[in-house]
Design a protein around this ligand. Structure first.
Ligand SMILES: Cc1ncc(COP(=O)(O)O)c(C=O)c1O
Length: 481
């Protein structure tokens, strides 16, 4: 069971010890403690605004002297990562300058450039954009043409869908957060994969969910564990990514999808299926279509499947176009709840979205070719420079979930940050701070950056190997997408 860390919430000493993991190095303990805490604050696992345990509490929980913790907290205050607030104790903060920190190479974000051909498509809009001015000022549901096109794509992929089952959103993240806030009640159980896409579990947590995890690796899911958990816990919601899972790249086998869906129906669990990465195939020899198509064939009452998707990874993240596919009654609930968070979709972007959907098969082919070249280059560089790392073969998606032969992912990420490489440590993708033996390597950066990034990684890895407890002094950790 995960610990809930909410903005403004108080973090217990026990929860913090869990998040810290193996933090100690061979230098001063207070320096190592401050650095690991800084990592947690910077990568968002301890959000700015969180009230930290008192020095006395954490010293007791860590079985360390109070002097060590006092010195660590003082070091964090000096770098602007902690402030003392009257009545609240020590509160995590982010120094102003960090929000804009730049790295020479970015492996922290799995963001692809606009797909080849998007520029021509946008240029061809010309005066057509003026029609957007006839659109509504507040558009909570989405452009009818775009909803029809998205519904048609689902239908073509094997899941009959009507336009009124589609809600257009500001990307998939918005869709996940809207679903979480609309359907979950505080204290509801929600099941998430571990590792997983961090902003999804953060959205569920903010909606008040109690998170429980089921494991996924580059080889796939422990389906028996997942099914057993659904049966025992009967969670209100399970968030799953069955195709080209972020970060592992795994895809769930079609026969397992049926088993999971059957178990979810029995448990009354709503499945929130994230298909943001589902159409990023490179060379997977099969395509099972939308996950929800299996549910479509099942009759009788049971759970619902909500599918979220997006053009962010297939086409371009800057469009901020995503969707939810659900039963009509759920779409209506989402639309009703929406204005508390945002007042609807932009008209011009949706017009581009309609054209994009018309050209989608061609654009997907181009994205696939680009991903193939980048995946192959990254695998080659890792095998050349880091031959002891376990590199899984992925057939699509955006990243490799590589296995390190030592649990030093956080220390490695920290050292890389001092050398100009932004990268997220394995535990950033988990709710419980586990997976120190893993690192996510996105293959979305430009080809020369992939090589430069791996060179930095290899140098830092060698340094850590020769000085096993080396933990660097200064880091800048960005967000992760
Ligand atoms: C699995 C997954 N879902 C959702 C999102 C958010 O996508 P969007 O940019 O459409 O909000 C991301 C972005 O990284 C992602 O990796």
């Amino acid at each position: 069971m995960s610990k809930v860390v909410e903005r403004g919430a108080r973090l217990s000493a026990r929860a913090l010890v869990g998040l810290l993991g193996e933090w100690n190095g061979d230098g001063h303990a207070y320096v190592a403690l401050a650095e690991r805490l800084r990592l947690l604050i910077r990568d968002g696992r301890v959000p700015a605004g969180t009230r930290l345990p008192s020095e006395r509490e954490i010293a007791a929980a860590l079985r360390r002297s109070r002097t060590t913790v006092v010195a660590a907290y003082q070091a964090l205050r000096e770098t602007g990562h902690l402030v003392s607030v009257r009545g609240s104790g020590s509160v995590a903060t982010l120094p102003h300058a960090e929000a804009a920190s730049q790295h020479a190479v970015d492996f922290a974000h799995a963001l692809s450039p606009p797909v080849e051909g998007l520029d021509e498509l946008v240029a061809s809009m010309g005066k057509d954009f003026l029609a957007a001015l006839d659109g509504p000022e507040v558009d909570l549901l989405g452009n009818p043409g775009l909803r029809t096109a998205v519904a048609q794509r689902f239908t073509e992929r094997g899941l009959p869908t009507a336009p009124d089952q589609i809600l257009i959103t500001l990307g998939a993240q918005h869709a996940i957060a809207l679903v979480a806030h609309t359907l979950l009640h505080r204290g509801d159980h929600a099941l998430v994969e571990s590792p997983t896409y961090p902003y999804a579990y953060e959205a569920l947590r903010r909606a008040g969910a109690r998170l429980t995890v089921t494991p996924v690796s580059a080889e796939g899911w422990d389906i028996d564990h997942l099914i057993d958990l659904l049966g025992r816990l009967r969670p209100a919601l399970a968030y799953l990514m069955p195709d080209f899972h972020n970060p592992t790249g795994a895809s769930m086998l079609p026969e397992d999808r049926v088993r999971v869906l059957t178990a979810a129906r029995r448990a009354g669990t709503t499945l929130l299926v994230d298909e943001t990465t589902a159409e990023l195939t490179i060379d997977r020899p099969w395509d099972d279509g939308p996950f929800a198509r299996h549910g479509h064939r099942m009759t009788g009452a049971g759970s619902t499947v909500l599918t979220v998707g997006s053009l962010s990874k297939t086409v371009w993240g800057g469009l901020r176009l995503g969707w939810v596919r659900a039963e009509r009654s759920i779409i209506q609930r989402l639309v009703q709840a929406r204005p508390a968070g945002d007042l609807g979709n932009p008209q011009m972007e949706q017009m581009v979205g309609v054209r994009v959907m018309q050209a989608l098969p061609d654009l997907l082919n181009r994205r696939s070719a680009q991903l193939r070249a980048h995946r192959d280059a990254l695998c080659r560089h890792v095998r050349d420079r880091l031959p002891t790392w376990q590199v899984p073969m992925v057939q699509g998606g955006l990243s490799l979930w590589v296995g390190l032969d030592r649990p030093v992912s956080s220390a490695l990420a920290l050292l890389c940050h001092t050398r100009g490489l932004a990268i997220s440590a394995g535990p950033r993708f988990t709710v419980d701070g586990s997976h120190e033996r893993f690192l996510r390597l996105p293959f979305t950066a430009p080809l020369p950056d992939l090589e430069r990034g791996i060179t930095v990684l290899a140098d830092c890895w060698n340094e850590i190997q020769s000085s096993p407890h080396r933990v660097p002094a200064d880091q800048h950790l960005p967000s992760v997408l």
